[in-house]
Design a protein around this ligand. Sequence first.
Ligand SMILES: [Zn+2]
Length: 443
Amino acid sequence: MSSAWAQHDIKTTPVFQRLKAYIDSVPAIDTHDHLRRFEDIPHRVRTPDGEGLTLYSIWQGSYYVWNHPLTPWPSSGQFSDWWAEAKHTFDDAHAASFYRYLLPAFKDLYQVDFDRITDAQATELNAKIFKNYQNDEWLREVITEKANIELMFIDPYWARLQFETAYPFAVPLLNVTTLMRGSHVSQFELASDNPYRYARKHRLKCDTFEEFLVVVEAIFEDAKKSGAICLKSTQAYQRTLRYEKITRDRAAEVFGKPKHEISFKEQQDFEDFMFWRVCELSAKYDLPFQIHTGQARIQGSNPMLLVDLIAANPKTKFILFHGGYPWIGETGVIAMRYSNVWVDSVWLPTLSYTMAKRAYQEWLEVMPSDRIMWGADTVQAEGIYGATEFTRRCIAEALAEKVLKGELLEKHANRIGKQVMRDNALKLFPSLHERLWKTKAVE
Ligand SMILES: [Zn+2]
């Protein structure tokens, strides 16, 4: 680090280091994660010491595999067989955020520099990971202490209509993604997603469209009673975010057609109607609406497609997820124009650290600082730690640049950092105050 270039790394400046230390000290409210029960943490494999999580499991459960190759776990179950091949699969990923966001986890939790990892270090790292996952204490320690997360919203896309939580720091929510597709029972593959099954279980009739709407509202009431804090839709993975205003009569007309009989247009009309209906229920039950925008089915996931709907539903609180990546400027102008819109930077630093830094800077220029939130959006301790550290670093870097350029006072930068990591979620979801456990005395 003797080169003059080191002077250009803002992370070496005292301003950055003070800001980062302060942001690290803020007990975070993570508005979006996918942490399953300990027994259900994905990608356990067979090893000579039994079934468990390995270094392979950590990478396989990361975003790295979305667009990079990873050697499958070998039938021998031997780490050395896997590593001999796998170590070369990272060659084209060294600058990728989908690779780099996990590096802080290896560095801070295991004291390993993954960019320079040796075979001996990899073997030791693998053994430590396996040992850490013998019980759920590792998750608790990493999430609540090392990543300093106080509360975590859990989006249970594997069991959408259930609201039980497996961890004391977990906050439940209602994932409405598949609910909105419910033109017919044949639209549902998973029993846990199925409102018709829910109706049977709760002895509600669900034969007519009117009855279906009653069942949907019963699910909202159940969610609210069970402590669900908001709604979440990930329809951007399946369809366009352009939701037309469709009449109730039209939705009733196509309701009841089995999946193989309903046309694409009819199903789309039904879902469009339901999305507007869910926006109304979001306001009625005071459940703000988290919507996946950006990176998904990119032909139709630009957040601009939601603007007419947002304008027509001023009582609904919309939360645009992932900063609409790559449409971060579009997301910014929507929040600038509509006071019922928040932006959530969840996943954004993991997608592109550079764009996330730019997003924080641009958004703070065009909207009040109480409108930005964050989330880690991953599945195990290492991913959550990595994404959280990456986010705290990115926000600190974005703010430190403004402080160094004389565009922001350091004390105001500190305040903004705390707002994004914590206070903005508490303000938008006031009932979270009852769930605080780290900081109760000072709130
Ligand atoms: Zn997610």
